[in-house]
Design a protein around this ligand. Structure first.
Ligand code: IMP
Length: 180
């Protein structure tokens, strides 16, 4: 793993695929202990969470459903703080145990909005699983039930996360460098 370029910016290695695997294993174990038997609905937030979701759900050995939603709040490398509507949810959530699966929680604006919408649809409980969390940027009022890594407030790419649409396919996670 060395320094890489994504679009017009440079990035350095930050979290290896092996370390990610370990954390996903741990999160899957915790979720299994808590929710096996409740037949939960996992709601993956596109686009970024598709890699984390695919790895996470393949470690679960109990009945569950998996659905995908889209709700964009980001452009380029700084949050616009703007949130649009939720698209793609077809399941009836009435009385269901829901787990929202997100790649990263930054300001928390996106997740806050998603939680409100899902509660409005009658979910019995909404839990949050996030691989990454930037506590210094967070302005939300919700708890992250299942978390991989708390990280500094720096822009990252890889493992589903993009910079202007690029870098999602990288197996490891990289952090932007000052010289970018
Ligand atoms: P929030 O609403 O500020 O919490 O932003 C959450 C969304 O911003 C995530 O789903 C990501 O798509 C995007 N995001 C936040 N931080 C990063 C980052 O460091 N790299 C890439 N995308 C990010």
């Amino acid at each position: 793993m060395g320094k890489i370029q994504v679009g017009d910016k440079h990035f350095i290695p930050f979290i290896t695929a092996q370390l990610i695997r370990q954390e996903v294993d741990r999160i899957a174990l915790e979720i299994s202990r808590d929710l096996a038997g409740t037949r939960p609905v996992f709601i993956s937030v596109l686009n970024g969470a598709f890699v984390f979701t695919a790895d996470l759900v393949r470690r679960l050995r109990f009945d569950c459903q998996i659905s995908f939603i889209k709700l964009a709040s980001y452009s380029g490398s700084t949050s616009t703080g703007q949130v649009t509507e939720l698209v793609g949810l077809n399941e009836d959530l009435t009385g269901r145990q829901v787990v929202v699966v997100e790649d990263i929680i930054d300001t928390g604006i996106t997740m806050g909005k998603i939680i409100d919408i899902l509660r409005g649809k009658g979910a019995s409980e909404v839990r949050i699983a996030a691989l990454l969390f930037k506590p210094d940027a967070f302005m939300g009022h919700f708890r992250i039930d299942y978390l991989g890594f708390s990280i500094p407030n720096e822009f990252i790419v890889g493992y589903g996360l993009d910079y202007n649409g690029l870098g999602r396919n990288l197996p490891d996670i990289y952090q932007i460098t000052d010289e970018s």
